[in-house]
Design a protein around this ligand. Structure first.
Ligand SMILES: Nc1ncnc2c1ncn2[C@@H]1O[C@H](COP(=O)(O)OP(=O)(O)OP(=O)(O)O)[C@@H](O)[C@H]1O
Ligand SMILES: [Mg+2]
Length: 244
């Protein structure tokens, strides 16, 4: 099976020459439709790796080969594409749930969630089609359980509410791959279970590939596969035992 993403020998150093490499020639395959968990101690480079795979940060060396639904990019090293194409891929094919949320402070919750679709549709959407996009955003807010906070600004939300708004924003554009950095990091058990159910439903119903960085052992153990990262490299892979 061709991977939907194949990271090859990725090296990342934030201050070349002055600091040690964070990613030390790391390689991994992400398969279409799988739920992959990446686990490891704090500071080993998990978020850095997600940023490189998701084209949010450039590696110093290595490649991210693509094998997904968008035929014109198949076989390409995405990190070598011009920024305009990378932006298109981030908007159309990728969804992100960041560890630090990155909600825009001047937009309310429903506007933050709708933003990826509004950006895609261009300025006309601010007049035409905007209502439909906002309805979709409102529907997602309901699914993550914060519909009552739709008109609040991010600064008025709790950590868990921001996290849920970030999840709704990541899902609105029906991405092919969702990168989740600690998606349940700030949530209580019940809310966390609800978010996990939503992500898993997305995977089962739409075949969305999930790459999840998590310290949550239960969440990691529900994934199809786990990669353990230590000091900028993977040291172990775990798959569930084959069902007899
Ligand atoms: N923008 C940056 N500039 C300089 N150093 C950075 C930057 N981002 C991360 N680092 C450093 O790179 C290393 C890896 O950071 P990263 O955020 O990838 O770790 P992590 O595995 O996600 O940790 P955690 O589990 O705590 O989120 C850390 O030593 C961190 O201090
Ligand atoms: Mg991190």
């Amino acid at each position: 099976m061709t991977p939907i993403l194949a990271g090859r020998n990725i090296v990342k150093c934030y201050a070349p020459g002055r600091e040690a490499e964070v990613l030390k020639g790391i390689s991994l395959d992400v398969y279409q439709g799988e739920i992959l968990a990446i686990v490891g101690p704090s500071g080993v480079g998990k978020s850095t790796l997600l940023n490189v795979l998701g084209l949010l940060d450039e590696p110093n060396a290595g490649e991210v080969r693509y094998g997904g639904r968008e035929a014109r990019f198949r076989g390409c090293d995405l990190t070598a594409l011009p920024e305009s194409k990378q932006g298109w891929i981030r908007n159309r094919l990728f969804g992100f749930v960041f560890q630090m949320y990155h909600l825009l402070p001047d937009l309310n919750v429903v506007e933050n969630v709708a933003l990826p679709l509004l950006m895609r549709a261009g300025p006309r959407a601010w007049f035409h089609g905007r209502a439909a996009i906002r309805r979709r955003a409102a529907d997602l807010l309901e699914q993550v359980g914060i519909e009552a906070r739709a008109h609040a600004r991010p600064r008025e939300l709790s950590g868990g509410e921001k996290q849920r708004a970030a999840i709704a924003r990541a899902l609105i554009a029906q991405p092919e791959i969702v990168f989740c950095d600690e998606p349940t990091g700030n949530l209580d058990t019940a809310t966390s279970a609800r978010i996990v159910a939503l992500l898993w439903r997305l995977n089962k119903n739409h075949g969305t590939t999930l790459v999840i960085v998590t310290h949550d052992r239960d969440l990691a153990h529900r994934a199809d596969r786990r990669l353990y990262m230590v000091d900028g490299k993977f040291v172990k892979e775990e798959r569930p035992a084959a069902v007899p």
